[in-house]
Design a protein around this ligand. Structure first.
Ligand code: 8Y7
Length: 276
């Protein structure tokens, strides 16, 4: 995938308890329709997940996770052209999802689960390695760092080393600071302001900021009212060179990116039209 311009990854949760969807996309047919809709809106990638990473969320069984995601991947694979990413930490789900047509692995646990490095090395698809302090069950209890930016970079560098050691290729790797995963608002804002440092490691960088609780903290708003804040955060990330943004609202994000691109290029996207 050409990453010269930022790419949009659409979030497709197939869980009854995810951050925002709150079970609305649990039915395979509803999840599939939502995936088709994001593809139509212009998503570059779809990220399909069957286990919620919401703070406080409990793990789901292997069979339950497979039952949730596989029918959705199999059907969407046949109906859309864009790559499908599997959001999982379980090596068995990675393997089954890739066999069903997934072209990327998004692992919030950065391949730390037993067998995950080997599975990813064998499959050879791109992998997103994300930083998380703690586990979803307890990660927001008391996040603590002496220097959040340094510690996140060190963690990701160590996971890159482990991945290369396990036989993954450097051009398979994507890095993610893991906004909201064991971080206070201040930690998230510091990371957001220093994203250039992560981009400087010279791997593609993915950022997920869409509708996250940091916006609730800033805006004191409920989930439903986070679109403008989400767009602002995504644009700030892309302005620092982030390559992929993971979002719920595909069409508005693409609009915001078109505006950013025009501003950066100082170019009229519709030359010849006599308007402002
Ligand atoms: C992220 C993510 C979630 C993120 C990556 C949510 C699965 C929480 N957030 N994966 N997943 N980065 N790579 O709000 O920030 O969507 S779940």
């Amino acid at each position: 995938m050409n990453l010269d311009r930022p790419r949009v990854m659409g979030v497709l949760n197939v869980t009854p308890d995810s951050f925002f969807d709150g079970g609305r996309y649990f039915e395979p047919s509803i999840a599939i329709a939502h995936g088709l809709s994001m593809a139509e809106q212009g998503a570059d990638i779809l990220d399909i997940g069957g286990e919620s990473a919401r703070p406080g969320a409990l793990p789901v069984s292997l069979q339950e996770e497979l039952d949730r995601v596989l029918p959705v991947i199999e059907t969407l694979r046949r109906q859309i052209d864009i790559p499908i990413s599997i959001d999982t930490s379980k090596p068995e789900v990675m393997r089954a999802a890739v066999a069903a047509g997934a072209a990327m692995i998004n692992d919030v646990n950065a391949l730390r689960s037993p067998g995950a490095l080997t599975a990813a090395a064998e499959m050879g698809v791109p992998v997103c390695l994300m930083h998380m302090q703690g586990q979803p069950r307890n990660m927001q209890h008391e996040p603590s760092y002496s220097n959040v930016v340094e510690e996140v970079l060190e963690f990701l560098q160590a996971r890159v080393d482990a991945a290369l050691e396990a036989g993954l290729s450097p051009n398979q790797l994507v890095l993610d600071p893991g906004f909201g995963f064991g971080k206070t608002l201040m930690h998230n804002l510091e990371l957001l302001n220093q994203l250039k440092q992560l981009v400087g490691l010279n791997y593609p960088v993915l950022a997920g900021l869409s509708r996250k609780s940091m916006l609730g903290r800033i805006l004191k708003s409920e989930d439903e009212d986070r679109l403008a804040g989400s767009l602002t955060l995504s644009i700030l990330a892309c302005q620092q060179g982030v390559h992929i943004i993971r979002v719920h609202d595909v069409a508005p994000t693409l609009q915001a990116l078109r505006v950013l691109e025009a501003a950066n290029l100082k170019q009229d996207p519709q030359p010849g039209r006599r308007t402002a």
